[in-house]
Each structure stands twice: as structure tokens, then as C-alpha cells.
Design a protein around this ligand. Structure first.
Ligand code: 13P
Ligand code: SF4
Length: 319
């Protein structure tokens, strides 16, 4: 009897969860920001979906009292740094990032101390502590522009993504020192497997995120941030794409271009290696609970916020 009731409750809850979340958002004057790598249901209920730059810009400009960030920790942390007086809550506080984790503040401090004449550009996928040690932040959509804002003779350190750093070095002709970090989702992609996919789907274009290895970027028809990839598929005339990034973005691609076919560039057919384990920790149920309880909340020391704001604001001013 109890089990039957519990099952009925779960069914009721699941069918009404969108309504419940929308009701709570309104009551609490909360905005839901979501990254393209979130599960489709979260993307569908979000007030704004975007790449890392667009999400930071949206967080900076929102008038809402509460920001619910459906993404990973460094993204919500950036929103908090830009809104120290607002409550920033997340569905799962343990949703991290392999890139951010690859750059520990103590190790990075020792590294940069060896190069006092270098300026430091950090990819937004890093902790608040690393942002506080950086001269400027960049995302995958503005990395080239940010690097080119420095004079050619200026020595630069780029961290933590060595693939994005090498890609930008190649485009700009710079020779930035690169931290040895990678994204576990993009770096695992294997060029031989992708060449096989290209042979199988010979009429498809290969589009890739710059967190992929150089060997993959070299054979790609287009390279860009999640928003840039989405816009490319919207405006380009092809009907088929091999997509070398996390699976989540395909939801918006299909919505924007239902007549087109999107093939995920994974190493094995039907494997889930392109699902970001961290991004996919967020569920509708956790989202509902975090909004209801206004927890877990992102908390950062005031001193750290003051330091980290400078490098983020420099990026926003240049973007
Ligand atoms: P963008 O959405 O800025 O391209 O970033 C991709 C990513 O890996 C986020 O973690
Ligand atoms: Fe980090 Fe990669 Fe996941 Fe993005 S996709 S959050 S870079 S591990």
C-alpha cells in the first residue's frame, strides 16, 4: 500500500515538476541559468542557456534576487564573484570540472613565480583562487581576442587548458607557456576514430570545440565555443554534422535545425564518453530541491571576491 502511494507520489511529482519549479522561480524572484551541456529537461526550463561567456554576461546583468546556476562549480563561482550580494545556488555542489581541478592554487603559484615577466591569461574553467592570481580571464569564444589584446612582445602564460592554449598559439602566432591541463571529455576523443566517422559519414562536416586535441582541430571544418558551434549549424548549408564536443549541445542543435542530422564524435558507437560526468550530475529533482531550500549555496570569502573580480571584469570589458 505504502509502495503504491510512493509510486503515485513519484509519478505526480515528475509530471508536475516543471510547474513546481516555475512557481518557485516566480515566488522567489530567481533566474535559472543553464549551460548547453545540461540535460535537455533542464535546458528546456532555463530562463537563459548559453556558453561560458554569455552565462557570465547574463549573471552580471540580471536583476533577479537569486541565481540558480545549472552548470558546474567554476561557472556558479563566477556568477557569485560578479554578484557578491546575491544568493547563487546550484543543484549539486559537487559538480566540478577536470580542467579546473588540474590547476591547484599552490602549484600554480610556484609555477608563475618562476616567470615574473609573464602576464597570466586564465581560461574561465578554473577556481576563484586561480582567477585571483590572473591578469585576465578568457573563454573559448573570446580567447583569441583576449590574447591579441596584449602586445606581441609581451610574454604570456595560458592556463589551464593546453589544447585551447595550443590552438590560440597557432592562430595568433604567439608562444604562450601552457599549463598541462585538459578537459577529460574533449581530450579523450581519438583522431583515428574520428577519421573513421568522417569516412562513414563522408557528406558530414566535422565541427569541434577547441578543448579537443590539435590533431582533431586540424581536420575540422569549424572550431568554436558551444554557442559558435550551434550558430554554425544554424547558418551553414550542410545537412549533416559530426559534433566533437559534449552531447548536451545537440539538444539545441536539433531544436534549431530539426531537418539536420547530428552525429556525436565519440570513440565507440553508443558509448557515453562525451557526457560530462560533472555537468550530468544536475537533475530536475535536485534543481527543484535547491530552489525550494535555497541550498546548496556558493560562498566565497570577500577578499577573494575582490581579487578575482578584477580579471573577470577585464575580460567582460573587452568582450
Ligand atoms: P563553452 O560553452 O564556453 O564553449 O565551454 C565549454 C565547456 O567545456 C564548459 O565547461
Ligand atoms: Fe570541465 Fe570538460 Fe566538463 Fe566542461 S566538459 S565542465 S571543461 S570536464
Amino acid at each position: 500500500m505504502f509502495l503504491k502511494k510512493k509510486k503515485e507520489y513519484v509519478e505526480y511529482f515528475n509530471s508536475n515538476i516543471f510547474e513546481e519549479i516555475n512557481k518557485l522561480k516566480k515566488e522567489k524572484n530567481a533566474i535559472l541559468l543553464a549551460h548547453y551541456y545540461q540535460i535537455p529537461e533542464i535546458q528546456d526550463i532555463a530562463d537563459f542557456i548559453g556558453d561560458s561567456l554569455a552565462l557570465a554576461q547574463q549573471a552580471k546583468n540580471t536583476k533577479a534576487k537569486i541565481i540558480i546556476f545549472a552548470g558546474v562549480h567554476f561557472m556558479a563561482e563566477t556568477a557569485k564573484i560578479l554578484n557578491p550580494d546575491k544568493k547563487v545556488i546550484v543543484p549539486d555542489i559537487t559538480a566540478g570540472c577536470s580542467l579546473a581541478d588540474s590547476c591547484k592554487p599552490e602549484e600554480f603559484k610556484n609555477f608563475i613565480n618562476k616567470y615574473p615577466d609573464h602576464k597570466i591569461i586564465s581560461y574561465i574553467n578554473c577556481s576563484a583562487e586561480i582567477k585571483a592570481m590572473s591578469d585576465i580571464i578568457c573563454t573559448s569564444s573570446n580567447a583569441v581576442k583576449i590574447v591579441e589584446s596584449f602586445p606581441k612582445e609581451q610574454k604570456l602564460i595560458f592556463n589551464p587548458d593546453k589544447n585551447l592554449g595550443a590552438y590560440v598559439n597557432n592562430i595568433t602566432g604567439r608562444n604562450m607557456l601552457l599549463w598541462n591541463g585538459t578537459c577529460e571529455v574533449h581530450d579523450i576523443l581519438n583522431v583515428e576514430k574520428i577519421i573513421k566517422l568522417k569516412q562513414k559519414y563522408h557528406d558530414a562536416k566535422l565541427i569541434s570545440h577547441p578543448e579537443c586535441k590539435a590533431t582533431i582541430l586540424k581536420i575540422s571544418d569549424f572550431v568554436g565555443s558551444t554557442t559558435a558551434l550551434l550558430n554554425f549549424t544554424k547558418n551553414d548549408s550542410s545537412l549533416k554534422y559530426i559534433v566533437a564536443t559534449e552531447t548536451g549541445v545537440i539538444h539545441q542543435m536539433k531544436k534549431e535545425s530539426p531537418q539536420k542530422e547530428f552525429i556525436i564524435a565519440s570513440n565507440e558507437e553508443n558509448c557515453s564518453c562525451n557526457d560530462c560526468y560533472h555537468m550530468k550530475k544536475n537533475t530536475l529533482e535536485k534543481l527543484y530541491l535547491c530552489l525550494k531550500n535555497e541550498s546548496p549555496e556558493i560562498k566565497i570569502e570577500e577578499k577573494l571576491i575582490d581579487k578575482a573580480t578584477i580579471s573577470i571584469m577585464r575580460m567582460l570589458e573587452l568582450s
